[in-house]
Design a protein around this ligand. Structure first.
Ligand SMILES: Nc1ncnc2c1ncn2[C@@H]1O[C@H](COP(=O)(O)OP(=O)(O)O)[C@@H](O)[C@H]1O
Ligand code: SF4
Ligand SMILES: [Mg+2]
Length: 359
């Protein structure tokens, strides 16, 4: 056999049945390490994402939750490198299937977007071109990224429209976006996102603009497709209720930082950060009387152009003590599977909890 031949990589004997049956390893599709994304403005710099690290494995959904303005969208858009004017990655790494996207130029990123990573935005009309039929829009990405012929790309468009449960897809493939309801338009956006079989789908508040009944259908569809296609999903939302039952793990973001992270089941049962507790208290309950006002967290997040050097949640926190006014808690705690950034955590957290005793 010639040196360097591809055949050298192949096993010479068949893999024994018991080895072939071993459960697949969970490989990380996305690894973000200490990401800092800043937005330069005329007189200030907004530190929108300030040292975020996260991973998402193949077939996993990670929920990224927090109030409006805490940096969720900027985290997602940093992966796509689609930032607003003045926006730039000031530090860290964004590895997709092991390749760091941060040093890549616009030309390489154009191949990544829509092909390896796709985004589903809140409002389908921001992703759809009103002057093109939905079929042509789905087919366009397939032609660009996969080099498919017109006929092949149209066949793929029809296939993904069927996959997302579009009723009468043979007819609707030639519809324009305005001829479809909001829910069906979002199905088209999901079909567009899936057409090139991306490794990662970023769903940024994918149902916020839709009716409540349609919201559940779309979220269930994303979950079902993720399981069938083994994609990694970053589900961004301000509503912890959306995450329940759909994300495997949750990261809670506040003022540009991750403040708590755990499996979804654990976070709902046993949260430690007072901010997570407040977010959970603001989820509407089924047994809630309609006239009851929903709990909302008092106060406002800090200005990210001038972030404080003490706990960012302190002015709004009912557990704050002197140490919270003097220094900023790090993400830590005794359990690496459930870190939190708080000096006075909620609930029992074991002997190795951070510096609460120092207060
Ligand atoms: N186009 C923009 N220009 C300037 N600042 C922005 C822009 N978009 C977002 N920001 C700022 O970046 C921070 C994070 O915003 P964002 O990621 O959109 O929050 P979220 O998605 O959690 O609501 C906020 O302080 C916001 O004001
Ligand atoms: S560190 Fe202090 S102020 Fe910050 S969340 Fe914890 S208890 Fe509240
Ligand atoms: Mg957002």
């Amino acid at each position: 056999m010639r040196p360097g031949s591809h055949a050298i990589l192949r096993p010479t004997t068949p893999v024994p049945a018991y080895e072939a049956c071993v459960l697949p390893q969970m490989t990380n599709v996305l690894e973000i390490e200490q990401l800092k994304t800043y937005i330069r403005q005329r007189h200030t710099v907004v530190q929108a994402v300030d040292g975020v690290s996260l991973t998402i494995a193949e077939g996993e959904t990670l929920g990224l939750v927090g109030e409006s303005g805490c940096g969720k969208t900027m985290t997602g858009m940093s992966i796509m490198k689609l930032l607003p004017p003045g926006g730039h990655i000031a530090g860290g790494h964004v590895r997709l299937a092991g390749r760091d996207l941060v040093p890549l130029g616009e030309r390489d990123m154009r191949h990544v977007r829509g092909n390896e990573v796709a985004v589903i935005f809140q409002d389908p009309m921001t992703s759809l071109n009103p002057t093109m039929s939905v079929g042509s829009q789905i087919a366009e990405g397939v032609r660009i990224h996969k080099g498919a012929s017109r006929a092949q790309a149209r066949a793929r468009a029809l296939e993904v429209l069927k996959l997302v449960g579009m009723p009468r897809p043979e007819e609707r493939i030639d519809y324009f976006p305005h001829q479809l309801s909001g829910g069906l338009r979002q199905r088209v956006v999901i079909a567009m996102a899936l057409a090139c079989e991306p490794k990662l789908v970023i769903a940024d508040e994918p149902t916020t603009a839709l009716d409540v009944t349609i919201q559940a259908q779309i979220l269930d569809l994303i979950t079902e497709l993720k399981e069938r296609l083994r994609m990694a999903v970053l589900l961004i939302t301000h509503d912890l209720g959306v995450i329940a039952g759909r994300a495997d793990r949750v990261m809670v973001m506040y003022a540009g930082k991750i403040v708590e992270s755990a499996s979804t089941l654990e976070l709902f049962a046993d949260r430690h950060h007072p901010y997570t507790e407040a977010l959970l208290a603001s989820i509407p309950r089924l047994d809630q009387v309609q006239t009851e006002t929903l709990y909302s967290i008092p106060g406002l997040p800090p200005d990210l152009a001038h972030p404080p050097t003490w706990c960012r949640f302190q002015p709004r926190c009912r557990f704050a003590t002197q140490i919270c006014r003097d220094s900023e808690p790090e993400l830590g705690g005794g359990d690496p599977a459930h870190p939190f950034a708080c000096f006075n955590p909620v609930g029992p957290v074991g002997a190795s909890a951070p510096v609460a005793a120092a207060t």
